[in-house]
Design a protein around this ligand. Structure first.
Ligand SMILES: Nc1ncnc2c1ncn2[C@@H]1O[C@H](COP(=O)(O)OP(=O)(O)OP(=O)(O)O)[C@@H](O)[C@H]1O
Ligand SMILES: [Mg+2]
Length: 262
């Protein structure tokens, strides 16, 4: 299997070491509408992402998860506060950050290979390099042989693999996943979780993974961040969340999960 990391000469040569700070979000607030500083969707959020870690981002619908992810990606700026990426203020879309969405976001009129290549074309990779990287990423996620298939010919799980291949082909250090597995049925979902963990064992990216499912977060994440109404109420290891909940809200979150397993 081709190693993606060695096949991309245009990536920065110096990646942070495992455990080093990659992204630092400090006192970030974000609002929308006419008075963004009054109606806050994110309120004074601090998060640090470290190289090689997987952060599971949890919270109810509307708690601000996707907004935080978009800020980390540099797709939208915070209303106030700072975002530093590799030690520099983030202004505009972060190079070195790729996103995977719940809805796959594939072009139906393009084949698997063309869909993966399209992501690379968008970031200005030349045709030869594009083909090489796309084929390597398709191989990596186990869709070898489906290069010429169209999205409609694939199952949901396979489509999401294409979405993942597109993000991996960009060979970014940081991978942001917004409920990437939520639309998949439970069996395929577990398979995708396993595959992500397997890939992570060699790729060692920095991943932020939004989910509504505490079990999924506990299974995949080394860190778990819980948002409530735009405030980050706890960020800690799975063990912290399970055994040292920051408040009653987290405790109830955990108890509800325990309740479902009995
Ligand atoms: N572009 C926007 N304009 C106005 N309001 C927005 C915009 N984007 C998000 N919001 C509001 O911000 C709040 C948080 O939205 P966000 O999408 O971050 O939540 P979420 O935690 O990802 O929810 P879900 O689990 O449903 O995806 C919501 O009330 C939403 O309506
Ligand atoms: Mg969302």
């Amino acid at each position: 299997m081709q190693n993606l990391k060695t096949s991309t000469p245009d990536m920065p040569q110096t990646r942070p070491r495992i455990g080093e700070e990659v992204m630092c979000v400090q006192q970030v607030c974000r609002g929308f509408g006419k008075n963004p500083s009054e109606q806050l969707v994110l309120d004074d959020v601090d998060v640090t992402l470290r190289e090689g870690e997987i952060v599971g981002l949890l919270g109810r619908s509307g708690s601000g998860k996707s907004t935080l992810l978009r800020i980390i990606a540099g797709l939208i700026p915070p209303t106030s506060g700072d975002v530093n990426y590799l030690g520099k203020p983030l202004r505009g879309p972060a190079e070195g950050v790729a996103m995977v969405f719940q809805t796959f976001a594939l072009f139906p009129w393009l084949t698997v290979l063309e869909n993966v290549e399209a992501g690379l074309e968008a970031i200005g990779v030349g045709p030869h390099e594009r083909r090489k990287r796309a084929l390597a990423a398709i191989d990596l996620i186990g869709l070898d042989g489906f290069e010429n298939a169209y999205p409609r010919e694939l199952s949901g799980g396979m489509r999401q693999r294409v979405g993942l291949a597109r993000a991996l082909a960009a060979n970014t250090d940081v991978l942001l996943m917004d409920e990437a597995f939520s639309a998949l049925d439970p069996l395929i979902r577990t398979e995708m979780q396993d595959q992500l963990l397997e890939l992570q064992a060699t790729l060692k990216k920095t991943i932020v993974f939004i989910t509504h499912d505490l079990d999924e977060a506990l299974r995949i994440g080394n860190q778990i961040a819980i948002l409530r109404d735009g405030r980050l109420i706890q960020c800690g290891t799975p063990d912290d969340i399970l055994h040292r909940p920051a408040d009653d809200y987290v405790r109830r979150f955990v108890e509800r999960r325990a309740g479902t397993t009995h």
